[in-house]
Unconditional design. Structure first.
Length: 108
């Protein structure tokens, strides 16, 4: 997952890709790192999905703009629109099923 540093990079990621993931994480969030590793494994199976992560603790204004008030938050954008938002208690099996379903609709 690429590091995103500002809102322009987020907008570019979302607008330049049919499917894009923005993952909001935090420095002192152990769950964020564990989940990030598992999310990256899911995304490797879907190479057309581009992804980036941003530190929601450091970039509070961006986090608030995207309605992120707890970490971690996984956002899936399809054709520039937020389609899936999962936070805190991420069910990885459900997440993978959702990604697979949308991926197949767009790329297969």
């Amino acid at each position: 997952m690429n590091k995103l540093h500002n809102e322009d990079e987020i907008i570019e990621l979302i607008n330049n890709n049919s499917m894009a993931v923005v993952y909001f994480t935090g420095m002192d969030c152990g769950a964020c790192e564990v989940i990030k590793f598992k999310v990256e494994n899911i995304l490797r199976k879907h190479p057309e999905i581009k992804s980036g992560e941003i530190n929601g603790e450091e970039d509070l204004q961006i986090a608030v703009k995207y309605g992120v008030f707890s970490l971690p938050i996984f956002l899936l954008f399809i054709e520039g629109r937020e389609t899936l938002r999962i936070g805190r208690n991420i069910d990885l099996l459900e997440l993978e099923r959702n990604i697979e379903r949308y991926y197949n609709m767009i790329y297969k």
